[in-house]
Write a new protein. Sequence first.
Length: 93
Amino acid sequence: MSADSSIAITPKSVIDKNGAYFDTRRKSMTPDFGVWVEGMQDSEQGTFLAHGSKDIMREIFGNIIKKMPMKLVNLFAPEPAHPTPRRKHCVIL
């Protein structure tokens, strides 16, 4: 991973409450790729969207990433995923 590689995390609750507002601020850009990360088991509390460029997201999360739509209101819903072997870990500060 290069030093300038980064991903963003956005809590699902923030997207649910403010997604339409964020859509008015998003500009055309290189597409983001994302994956939902669950909080506690069987709970939407703590669920967040990790998103960033295709290369860094694939390096961290593998093939489970999906291309994100330009409008957050069109975002794919979280779905249960089968556990995948962990190759790397990331620390969220």
